[in-house]
Structure formats: C-alpha cells, structure tokens
Design a binder for this molecule. Structure first.
Ligand code: DC
Length: 212
C-alpha cells in the first residue's frame, strides 16, 4: 500500500510524510534522498551533473540504502552531507535527465512494492506509483517555503528564495517526471498551517479511504 506525497521544495513533504508514516506504522521513503546521493557521488568524483551519460552510469552503479530516515551511500551514512546547498543544486540539475530518472524510479518501485510506504517526492503519484491508494500534493507560497528552508539550513532568506525559484522552475519544466499534481491527487495548501494539522488531515484522508 502506498501513500504518495508530492510537491515543491519546502512544502513540508518530509516532515509530513515522516510523521504520517509513524502514525500509521508505514515505512517512509524519501525519493529526493536518492537523487541527492547521486549528486553527492557526482560532486565527489568530479562527474558533471549536466553530463547525462556519465551521471546515469553513476546512478545505476551506486549502492544507495534508505532505511526510513537513514541514508547510506556505498555503506557510508550521508544523511547530513546530502543536505549541503551545492548537493541540492546538483540534484536538481541531474534529475532532469531521463536516464537518471529511469534508474531512480526503478529503484523506488522495487522498494515500495514490498510493503506499506509513505513515499515523498515530485513524481510519486504520477510516475513511480500511479496506482497509489492515496495521493497528496502539498503546496505553500514561495515565501513560506523559503522561510522554512532558511530556518532549517541557516542560509539567508533571500538566497534561499532565489534558489527555490530556480529549482521550482527546473523541477516543473523538465520533460520527464516533471513536478505536477496527479489528476486524482488531493491538493493541500500548507501556507500558515502547522505541520501537525496537515498530518491530521492526511491521516484522516487515509482512514476515510480505508488505506489505514
Ligand atoms: O525533495 P528534495 O529537495 O530532497 O529533492 C532534491 C531534488 O531531487 C529536487 O530538486 C528534484 C529531485 N527529485 C526528483 O526529481 N524527483 C523526486 N521524486 C524527488 C526529488
């Protein structure tokens, strides 16, 4: 059983997906962490994010393990390293390549086919799990998303706002797996709404639909 939570950067996906998974006893899958692992490996090995052949070869060969919130790349805990701003920017750049997306989507499908998952990302409801039992698309105003990110990372607000705008633009205009709500997704605007309330709303939707 899959609950898909998609949306742009800073919409609250990770916080909400993690907590919904905990409440329902499902496993949390952070698909963005996989793209971030490829980005980290690319930066470390001097592979250009804009070089599709080299990046996709890297993407296919890496050992990426997600155990709930714990992220391991070739056996190493990279939970913090993958949140660095330069890794964030590289992940957004390399995730436009269809070959990279295919490799990641295949991994994600293998993971979630075997259990009950709350999976978060950009294309879970549209590509990775189009049959998900519940699809939620979280949004929030640009300013609120930038404010949340700047609190998490301690980067200046204006800098985060500029980076979020660039990332939104790239994530939503790429030709494959673009960020968009699935037709059957429930859209929730989280601007000014505390995370606990959003969690309650998603849990209520899951219960109404007999997902949990
Ligand atoms: O959710 P996040 O910020 O950790 O994602 C990092 C980047 O990875 C994001 O800019 C786009 C890419 N991504 C993607 O293309 N598809 C997903 N399902 C998740 C993330």
């Amino acid at each position: 059983m899959v609950i898909a939570i998609d949306g742009p950067a800073g919409a609250g996906k990770s916080t909400v997906a993690r907590e919904v998974a905990r409440v329902l006893g499902f496993t949390f899958m952070d698909s963005g962490a996989m793209y971030r692992c490829v980005a980290l490996a690319a930066l470390e090995r001097g592979v250009q994010p804009d070089e599709p052949a080299a990046v996709s070869e890297l993407a296919r060969g890496l050992d990426i393990e997600l155990e709930g919130p714990v992220v391991r790349l070739d056996g190493r805990d990279v939970g913090e390293a993958i949140r660095e701003p330069k890794v964030t920017a590289a992940a957004s750049r390399l995730s436009v390549h269809p070959e990279v997306r295919e490799a990641m989507v295949a991994r994600q499908r293998r993971m979630i086919e075997s259990g009950d998952y709350v999976a978060e990302g950009r294309d879970i409801g549209t590509v990775v799990s189009p049959d998900a039992a519940l699809k939620v698309f979280l949004t929030a105003s640009e300013e609120e998303r930038a404010r949340r990110r700047s609190q998490q990372t301690n980067e200046p607000f204006e800098q985060v706002l500029t980076a979020i705008r660039a990332r939104d633009e790239r994530d939503s205009t790429r030709r494959h797996g673009a960020l968009r709500a699935a037709e059957d997704a429930v859209e929730l605007d989280t601007t000014g709404v505390p995370a606990e309330e959003v969690v309650q709303r998603v849990v209520a939707l899951a219960t109404e639909r007999g997902v949990a």
